[in-house]
Design a protein around this ligand. Structure first.
Ligand SMILES: Cc1cc2nc3c(=O)[nH]c(=O)nc-3n(C[C@H](O)[C@H](O)[C@H](O)COP(=O)(O)OP(=O)(O)OC[C@H]3O[C@@H](n4cnc5c(N)ncnc54)[C@H](O)[C@@H]3O)c2cc1C
Length: 293
């Protein structure tokens, strides 16, 4: 019988043998001067790790689109790393989307994260889903396209199989990679990856890793994204709300490191980090995975 100690030793040993791990980092456009400084400090800290790309989220309305584009452009100019805009389709016409895509292509952007986006409050249906956006983008130019995947099912999907077939439609429309919603249960991610393979979904399924630095914010966010927060997480962060950030960071890093160790051992070669514009935890986890500057 393998003891826990032997199991942990084996996991750490296999980690030291890892090669060829790719990472990518996600940021959001800053909304204040202070947030702007935090973002660029983080971009500079993480760029030397030579990520596959850095992506920038996009919120509805055209002002936000411009800010996404500005951050994308500056990341690329300042660091040389491939910068990838997220694009949603709920708030734009197909003609507008074609124009945005053409502008992106003309300015040298070759990958896009294609999403439907969240429906505005009170809206129940939309004319366009992410799969339609993937087709539209592929009609404009030969972009590399990433899409979203939901190991725990998208909140609006009637069931998991329906959602999996939606992912298949996105692959068939021309996506090459799916980034998952964040999660904490690694076996659930692995089962999802198996189900996708069994359904013939030909996509790299990249786990989205959220290093938790604020438990209360996590709980709020997990509530509306249908992500299960295991009871042990609550127990680990209990009593630390008013403690210093460094203590919470250590707990958050420990949780994420345990997850990536298991996933790396299960053959995952690409990890996508939801950085929330901070670098400390993502940097430490990458270092542990052997991703060095
Ligand atoms: C990695 C990642 C990055 C993200 N970045 C952003 C961002 O930058 N900006 C932002 O606003 N949001 C972002 N989101 C959130 C995302 O926009 C929401 O989760 C949104 O509600 C769904 O987007 P989707 O691309 O997954 O949609 P879709 O794949 O279109 O699916 C949406 C829902 O509709 C269902 N569906 C699909 N096709 C049909 C159909 N024909 N008929 C009926 N139902 C259908 C699906 O099963 C699913 O329940 C991101 C999510 C992830 C995982």
């Amino acid at each position: 019988m393998v003891s826990y100690a032997q199991g942990i030793d084996a996991l750490n040993q296999s980690l030291s043998e890892l090669r060829d791990i790719n990472v990518s980092f996600e940021f959001f456009p800053p909304k204040s001067e202070k947030m702007e400084q935090t973002l660029w400090k983080s971009v500079e800290r993480l760029a030397p790790l030579k990520p596959s790309y850095m992506s920038v989220t996009y919120g509805a309305n055209s002002g936000e689109r411009d800010r996404t584009h500005d951050v994308v452009k500056r990341i690329h100019q300042q660091t040389g790393v491939d910068a990838v805009p997220h694009l949603t389709c709920v708030d734009a016409t197909p003609d507008e989307l074609r124009q945005i895509a053409q502008d992106y292509w003309n300015s040298g952007i070759r990958r896009i994260v294609a999403l439907r986006g969240d429906l505005p409050p009170g809206t129940e249906k939309t004319d366009m889903y992410a799969a339609d956006l993937v087709s539209l983008l592929k009609d404009v130019a030969d972009f590399d396209i990433s899409v979203a995947a939901y190991p725990e099912k998208h909140p609006e999907a009637p069931n998991a199989q329906f959602d999996l077939l939606n992912l298949k439609r996105k692959a068939e429309a021309g996506a090459s990679e799916a980034i998952t919603q964040f999660f904490f249960d690694t076996s659930m991610f692995l089962r999802f990856r198996d189900r996708a393979a069994a359904a013939g979904i030909d996509l790299d399924i990249v786990p989205g890793i959220l290093p938790v630095t604020n438990y209360q914010t996590l709980v709020k966010f997990a509530g509306f994204t249908n992500v299960h927060v295991p009871a042990y997480l609550h127990r680990l962060f209990e009593g630390l709300d008013d403690d210093d950030q460094a203590t919470r960071n250590l707990i958050g890093a420990n949780i994420a490191m345990d997850m990536v160790k298991v996933l790396a051992k299960e053959g995952v070669k690409h990890f996508h980090f939801y950085t929330l514009n901070r670098s400390e935890l993502s940097y430490a986890i990458c270092h542990m995975l052997g991703v060095r500057g």
